[in-house]
Design a protein around this ligand. Structure first.
Ligand code: ADP
Ligand code: MG
Ligand code: MG
Length: 265
């Protein structure tokens, strides 16, 4: 098979919007790693963005954030070497439409929120929160991954770029309007939790329909779909889905704690 740097690529682990990720075997040490290579040949700007992704993860050290091992370039192809998460992603573990026990869903939310609170405290917004980007580690711990479009808080980037990136089903109004902020990750995590609790996304349809709904339509009450859910939990999720980021919880950690408290009420 193909070899990149010290790694022989043995199997395709996953594909995202931008990259292919392979399982790699170190040719001399035998250890496994995940090798992330971008699909297309990269422009200079894209290469820079990719290296920035690597630097961003490298600067973070948290039990629920995937570790980057190295970044290399071979024949002009840059690739990222990551800790291998042997149990796939939460999208893989819980296919679309599956409804999770609230205690399990909130356990996931607590782990991801601790990673995001840490990122936010380091002035970083992830901007692409969804189950595909949550990996499962060796001890079944959840690892936040894919900082490919993460951005420094307060940075401004063009609306066009914002709209093309990320995933519409999870995207808050302010990010659709090109002004992501920390609370944008809370909204996307709340969409994810909504999906886990009800088996459905709050907003569906074509891209244009989804955008319109994120911008103006209140999320349908969760208990219309699953009447057994605690009212308190529904209220917490709907608050995190507020159109106005200031109406959400101030910190993502608070959102997660409130979910946990609501479940135990
Ligand atoms: P993209 O930026 O294109 O979305 P990702 O970094 O999200 O690429 O990786 C795409 C998919 O590859 C993930 O959804 C996951 O299934 C798989 N994957 C990514 N990183 C790893 C890893 N470290 N270990 C195992 N699988 C991974
Ligand atoms: Mg991804
Ligand atoms: Mg990405």
């Amino acid at each position: 098979g193909r070899q990149l740097g010290n790694y022989r690529l043995t199997q395709l682990l996953g594909k995202g919007g931008f990259a292919e990720v392979y399982l790699g075997d170190h040719v001399r040490l035998g250890m496994k790693a995940a090798i992330k290579v971008l699909h297309t040949s990269l422009s200079e700007e894209e290469t820079r963005a990719f290296q920035q992704e690597a630097q961003m993860i490298a600067a973070l050290s948290h039990p629920h954030i995937i570790r980057v091992l190295d970044f290399e370039v071979q024949d002009g192809i840059p690739f990222l070497i990551l800790d291998y998460a042997p149990n796939g992603s939460l999208r893989h573990k819980h296919p679309r439409g599956e409804r999770l026990a609230p205690s399990l869903a909130i356990d996931y939310v607590m782990q991801i929120a601790s990673a995001l609170q840490y990122a936010h405290d380091h002035q970083l917004i992830h901007r692409d929160i969804k189950p595909e980007n949550m990996l499962i580690g060796n001890r079944d711990e959840i690892l936040l991954s894919d900082f490919g479009i993460a951005t420094a808080a307060h940075s401004t980037s063009s609306m066009n770029t914002e709209m093309m990136m990320g995933t519409l089903a999870y995207m808050p109004p302010e990010q659709l309007q090109g002004k992501p902020r920390k609370e944008s990750d809370q909204y996307a995590l709340a969409v994810t939790l909504y999906q886990w609790l009800t088996g459905e996304l709050p907003f569906q349809g074509s891209s244009t329909e989804m955008i319109a709904q994120h911008l103006t339509k209140p999320a349908p009450p969760l208990r219309d779909k699953v009447s057994s859910l605690p009212v308190e939990l529904e209220q917490v999720v709907l608050r995190a889905l507020a159109k106005d980021p200031k109406a959400r919880y101030r910190q993502i950690q608070e959102f997660a704690t409130m979910c946990d408290t609501a479940l135990k009420a």
